[in-house]
Design a protein around this ligand. Structure first.
Ligand SMILES: N#Cc1c(-c2ccc3ccn(Cc4ccc(CN5CCCCC5)cc4)c3c2)n[nH]c1N
Length: 239
């Protein structure tokens, strides 16, 4: 997967060199390039913003630098992702959709956002999707790039050593995951559920399913409602 990120704070994306994303870049699973939007300005101050037409608070990002920057990468097969408080809420289902893409381009806005004509013009070249992390307001789009790219990169073939973990983790099967334990068997007076040390894999699987159901019912009843039709009689007996 090729990913291009345009931002006025390219150093903000330095964490993408670390951990599994750094490994995915090393193996070629992820071809990631971050570019400073100011490289596409032509004034001495490298200006990327201006006052909003119609008045209002703050500044808006000028269309010219964005147009020239996106001209260098967008093709009909690209998907332009624009982080925004007004975007489609990012979730695991969207992460799976994005993991199938061949070319993602992120336009990281700052100030009060990007001139709308940039998105309108890009929609004549490729698909454009505004994306939101949630109902709160950040300073810009870079945090969304870190979150989206981590969630998507984990899903790319060969990136996670144990692909089975993708099946068990929260939101994969629609439920939250069961609680996890490791050595020592006794820690500060806290033991480990005996079933997990029984070696009976069928009973362990059932216990984990029950714990996932109960945890989801307690923490995220909205998720349980969404997958209610997939529950069997044994699941319903647990609830
Ligand atoms: N993803 C994501 C995000 C973002 C996000 C993403 C990208 C940018 C680019 C700039 N900002 C800052 C900002 C601040 C306020 C407003 C609202 N204003 C109201 C008055 C009229 C003008 C607009 C918009 C933009 C961004 C925030 N926030 N929360 C998420 N989940």
């Amino acid at each position: 997967m090729r990913v291009d990120v345009f931002t006025i704070f390219p150093d903000y994306l330095a964490p993408l060199e670390l951990s599994l994303i750094g490994k995915a870049r090393g193996t070629g699973a992820l071809d990631l390039r971050a570019t400073d939007l100011r490289d596409f300005t032509h004034d001495v101050h490298r200006t990327v913003d201006d006052t909003p037409y119609g008045g209002g608070p703050g500044m808006v990002m000028r269309p010219e630098p964005w147009g020239q920057a996106l001209d260098t990468v967008l093709t009909p097969s690209s998907l332009l992702l624009v982080p925004s408080p007004a975007g489609r809420r990012f979730d695991q289902a969207m992460a799976h959709e994005l993991a199938l893409e061949e070319h993602l381009v992120f336009a990281c806005g700052r100030y009060e956002g990007i001139d709308q004509r940039v998105l309108s013009h890009a929609s004549g070249v490729c698909r454009v999707q505004e994306v939101s992390l949630g109902d709160y307001v950040l300073f810009g789009g870079e945090v969304a790039v870190l979150v989206v790219l981590e969630a998507v990169t984990r899903l790319l073939p060969g990136v996670l050593g144990n692909a089975d973990s993708l099946l068990e983790e929260s939101h994969a099967a629609g439920l939250l995951e069961a609680p996890m334990y490791t050595k020592p068997a006794e820690w500060r007076g806290h033991g480990v559920p005996e079933i997990l040390r029984s070696g009976d894999h069928a009973k362990i699987a059932r216990w984990r399913r029950d714990q996932a159901l109960l945890r989801t019912a307690q923490q995220r009843p909205d998720l349980l409602k969404q997958c209610y039709d997939t529950l069997d009689k044994r699941d319903l007996a647990t609830l």
